[in-house]
Design a binder for this molecule. Structure first.
Ligand code: ATP
Length: 239
């Protein structure tokens, strides 16, 4: 569709000779939240890793604002507005909250705006503001997830690739993070490609849902349809 922020066409990718992803098509519009769902090993993490340039795409195209990203270096993807928050979160546990957040702004040319963005992240996550000097390893799982998210937001991304934000978190913390994502989208127009095992949570905030099975897209539909269609849910989402 024209005007898409991200367009993935026939994407085939993997780690060795045998691809993990086969002919994946998906689209993310500006400000849209798209949930990527599917069983363990379906290829969800590999999809995010391919979109952020960590896994090589062997066939197909990834377009950002209509431009083919083939061969684009990771740092340029970041400059163009793609931020990846990996599963496990990637917080540097020896560094403080403040140092971790500043890492998110290191590559920014606009130093003044990076400082403004840092203050905004502290406004968004008051519990991080209270723990600026705490080391990463002193934080709870939920705080680490917020720190990883906050670090990505310092770059003012247009597209967040978010891998399993609810992993290991209590339901209340998961709900808080989902609400935050929805509010951020409403406020800043952030688009999110959200990989989640927690299907209900993901579909509660997503506009679209994409179900992967063995590296292929088997369902692509409005999130409301996936939420409300019991047959689809039983067949592909296991609830
Ligand atoms: P999970 O929810 O368990 O993280 P997933 O849907 O994210 O699953 P991936 O992690 O993308 O799935 O894994 C898809 C396939 O790719 C699996 O068969 C996995 O064994 C394989 N795979 C993942 N990472 C690597 C790697 N670094 N090297 C080789 N194969 C890998």
């Amino acid at each position: 569709m024209s005007g898409a922020l991200l367009q993935v066409e026939g994407l085939t990718a993997g780690y060795g000779a045998a691809p993990v992803l086969h002919e994946v098509d998906l689209t993310v519009q500006p400000g849209e939240i798209v949930a990527v769902l599917g069983a363990n090993g379906a290829g969800k993490t590999t999809l995010l890793r391919t979109l952020s340039g960590l896994v090589k795409c062997t066939h197909g195209r990834v377009l950002l604002d209509g431009d083919d990203l083939a061969g684009t270096k990771v740092e340029h993807l970041v400059r163009r507005g793609i931020a990846h928050v990996p599963e496990g979160r990637g917080v540097v546990t020896e560094l403080t909250v403040d140092e971790n957040l500043r890492l998110g702004g290191l590559w920014r040319r606009d130093r003044a705006d990076a400082r403004v963005a840092l203050d905004e992240v502290y406004d968004l996550f008051p519990s991080l503001a209270q723990r600026r000097t705490f080391a990463g390893h002193q934080l709870s799982g939920g705080e680490r997830q917020m720190l990883a998210l906050g670090r990505a937001l310092i770059g003012r991304p247009r597209l967040l690739l978010l891998d399993e934000p609810s992993l290991g978190l209590a339901p209340k913390v998961t709900r808080h993070i989902m609400t935050l994502l929805r509010d951020l989208r409403a406020r800043t127009g952030l688009a999110v490609l959200l990989v989640e095992q927690n299907v209900r949570s993901a579909l509660s905030i997503a506009d679209e849902g994409v179900v992967l099975a063995l590296g292929r897209v088997v369902v692509r539909n409005r999130a409301s349809v996936l939420r409300d269609d019991a047959d689809l849910r039983h067949a592909y989402l296991g609830f």
